[in-house]
Design a protein around this ligand. Structure first.
Ligand code: TRP
Length: 329
């Protein structure tokens, strides 16, 4: 059984792409491993959120993950800032993280370009905090997307370096959790590329049916197939890809044939697609709302989670302090 750690951005409200991609795999992963899922609300501070927004974001994302089926009875579900041991390990790891290597991190260089007015030290040491999140539970697996691969590589390096400096074999070097071919890529509604939050091309699980209809009806298509049997253009192919995930095979077949015979009406296809997205997401949406209105439940989830996470984290901190040379008189 592997120990898995996954941090969730507290501003990462979920869209269809997250759900049919990562989250579906998380549901299986949590039954087969010792999983720690946490809301990364220390990391969130790098962008200086207003106090009144911070809590709401955390609550929303937590409710969405729970509504999707992340099960706090099986996995340890917690909030990063409820586990102060993480910040202690972060401090200790910072002593052996070099400014040069941190400055060369791709995500840091991107921030310099994108937000030159707020290049704070928290951004520079973001990979150190992430490493602390992971190795504090001595995790050996981390589910990461492409954008987080370098951070995981740095986590491995910081773990290895600690072991070297103190001549111990204490921290495991975590590997990427491999979902194999099961990772479904959901395209956005703008004709090209993946569905993403910042791309503005997504359907969110928390969107109302009216919002979903509006977004789908505005999705990019083309002027229609010019010849019988012609391959759909990329924007249309993308709609078929989404349809494949949310609609009956018969529905997909119907519109595929209509396209092949040049009789397709994209308006009809979109109407059907919108209704199928609504049908599939409806139970999740109502669950999100139920959970959001149940503060007692949420409070129970995070306090149980914090207790479990702190048990594991404080053991590591105790051992690390001993290794480093902090000893009692
Ligand atoms: N950096 C990750 C992201 O932006 C979030 C994260 C923080 C994380 N700590 C982590 C992911 C630890 C995995 C493990 O998505």
């Amino acid at each position: 059984m592997d120990t898995v750690v996954s941090g969730i951005r507290s501003t990462g409200t979920l869209h269809l792409g997250n759900y049919f991609g990562a989250i579906k795999n998380f549901l299986k992963m949590q039954t087969e491993n010792n999983c720690y899922f946490f809301i990364a609300d220390y990391h969130a501070l790098t962008t200086h959120p207003k106090p009144e927004d911070l809590h709401g974001n955390i609550k929303q994302v937590l409710a969405e993950y729970l509504a999707c089926g992340i099960d706090p009875e099986i996995a340890t579900v917690f909030i990063q800032s409820d586990v102060p041991e993480v910040s202690e390990l972060y401090l200790l790891l910072n002593m052996n993280a070099y400014v040069g290597e941190l400055e060369r991190t791709a995500s840091f260089k991107e921030k310099i370009r994108k937000q030159p007015d707020n290049i704070n030290a928290g951004l520079l040491t973001y990979p150190v905090l992430m490493a602390a999140d992971i190795i504090i539970h001595k995790a050996n697996k981390v589910p990461v997307g492409k954008d987080q691969e370098q951070h995981l590589e740095m986590t491995r390096r910081f773990a290895r370096r600690f072991n070297m400096i103190y001549d111990v074999n204490y921290f495991p070097e975590p590997d990427a959790y491999n979902f194999g071919k099961q990772l479904v890529k959901i395209p956005g509604l703008d004709g090209t590329g993946k569905m993403g939050k910042s791309e503005g091309n997504g359907v969110f699980l928390a969107d109302t049916p009216q919002e979903i209809r509006k977004k789908v009806m505005r999705a990019v298509t083309d002027t229609g197939p010019a010849a019988q049997g012609q391959e759909p253009s990329e924007p249309v192919k993308n709609l078929f890809t989404i349809m494949n995930v949310v609609s009956d095979p018969d529905t997909v077949k119907f519109f595929t044939e209509k396209h092949a015979s040049c009789e397709i009406r994209y308006g009809d296809m979109k109407k059907q697609l919108a209704e199928d997205i609504i049908r599939v997401t409806d139970p999740i949406r109502s669950k999100i709302n139920d959970i959001l209105s149940d503060n007692r439940y949420l409070s129970r989830v995070v306090s149980t989670g914090a207790e479990k996470a702190r048990a594991s984290a404080s053991k590591t901190i105790r051992e690390v302090r001993e290794i480093i040379g902090y000893r009692s008189f």
